[in-house]
Design a protein around this ligand. Structure first.
Ligand code: ZN
Length: 212
């Protein structure tokens, strides 16, 4: 059992950083919701930030900033990836300028989807508390616990969900200009997904904005 090992190496400033999937963010791409306009960063570079429908300024998305950082070699989005012994897919900076990072989905949301419930459900919260108590922290459960151990406590579906998030085997629908994107772990459930907790997503958005 390695879940109790330190998350940061003693001699480096940061061993790795953790980010939630930025595509889940409210302002991922540049766009205008009411005009049904959404632009990839490359398009914004070519076409500028004026809306082709209403001619007003578009809401510039986080990805535009990420692209700017990537151009300076700071972001890791296109760089090689590798899996560790727990199946976590690390994204590594080719030049070693930035610590490798990992994209994760909050444990509460994984459990909620695994149990076809919501993050507000008492059962979901109980499973969450049990896992965190047993393995030490949310990040220990997400990153450094054998999925077989998770299955013993929380059932095979939750364990599978954690495994899928670690390997990046999940479904992402980007959000833009105030319309929330969605991260779903099981493909079949993306159709009837509804935002369960607007507040928790707001928190993630501000966290994510701070990172870029
Ligand atoms: Zn517009």
């Amino acid at each position: 059992m390695q879940h109790s090992s330190q998350l940061s190496a003693p001699r480096t400033k940061v061993a790795y950083t953790i980010e939630f999937y930025p595509e889940e963010g409210k302002y991922h791409y540049t766009g205008h919701r009411n005009c049904k306009v959404v632009q990839m960063p490359e398009e914004t570079k070519t076409n500028g930030t004026t809306c082709p429908v209403c001619q007003r300024k578009l809401t510039v998305g986080v990805m535009h900033r990420v692209q700017q950082l990537a151009a300076r070699g700071i972001s890791n989005f296109q760089f090689p990836i590798s899996n560790d012994e727990f199946g976590v897919r690390w994204i590594k900076d080719e030049d070693g300028k930035r610590p490798p990072f990992v994209k994760l989905v909050p444990l509460l949301e994984i459990i909620a989807e695994a149990l076809s419930s919501t993050t507000a459900s008492g059962k979901v919260r109980e499973v969450f508390e049990n896992l965190v108590e047993k393995f030490g922290s949310e990040m220990a459960v997400l990153l450094q616990t054998d999925t077989a151990e998770i299955a013993k406590l929380a059932g095979p579906r939750v364990a599978e969900g954690v495994g899928k998030v670690r390997s990046g085997d999940i479904v992402i629908a980007p959000g833009f200009d105030g319309e929330y994107g969605k991260v779903k772990i099981w493909n079949t459930e993306i159709q009837n997904s509804k935002l369960k907790s607007q507040n928790s997503t707001e928190e993630k958005v501000s966290e994510q904005m701070g990172l870029f």
